[in-house]
Structure formats: C-alpha cells, structure tokens
Design a protein around this ligand. Structure first.
Ligand code: FES
Length: 85
C-alpha cells in the first residue's frame, strides 16, 4: 500500500505533518486540539470547530499566514502557518 506524501505545516506554533491534499480543517482535527479540531472561540469563549465543510457556516475561520481564511476551503501547503483563536 502506497502512502500519500506528507506536507509539513505549523498550527499554533507546533509542527504537524499531514497527507498531501489534506484541508486545513482536516489538519486541525489531526492535530486534535481539545479533541474537536477547534478553529476559534465564540464570544462567550466556547470552542468552535468546522461544521459544514463546504464554506457556509464560517465556524472554521482561522488565520493562515496572517490572513483570515476558511479552513475547510483551504488545502494545506508546505510551510503554512495556521493560528486558531
Ligand atoms: S466548516 Fe463551515 S465554512 Fe468551513
């Protein structure tokens, strides 16, 4: 069985290798922050995580290389720096 090549990126300062072609939302889940793949916090401090996976709910908003992006609509790239809030 052939394995997909890995892409190395950083999530909240921690390096993680994910399969090539993986979305940032999937990478958050693989990194397993709080077990949910948390992308941000609500105004009351509750953890929020990707929900729809198709760019509608906006729950997956993160900062990628300093720009606000949707994790479910962004493919991981080598050296990418992802920050959750
Ligand atoms: S998970 Fe709903 S917009 Fe990304």
């Amino acid at each position: 069985m052939k394995t997909a090549p890995a892409v190395l990126l950083t999530i909240n300062g921690k390096s993680i290798a994910v399969p090539a072609g993986c979305s940032v939302a999937a990478a958050l889940r693989l990194a397993d922050f709080a077990g949910l793949g948390v992308s941000r916090r609500s105004v009351t401090g509750e953890p929020r995580a990707p929900f729809c996976g198709m760019g509608i709910c906006q729950e997956c908003r993160v900062s990628i290389d300093g720009a606000r992006r949707l994790a479910c609509q962004t493919r991981c790239a080598a050296g990418m720096q992802v920050e959750t809030s």
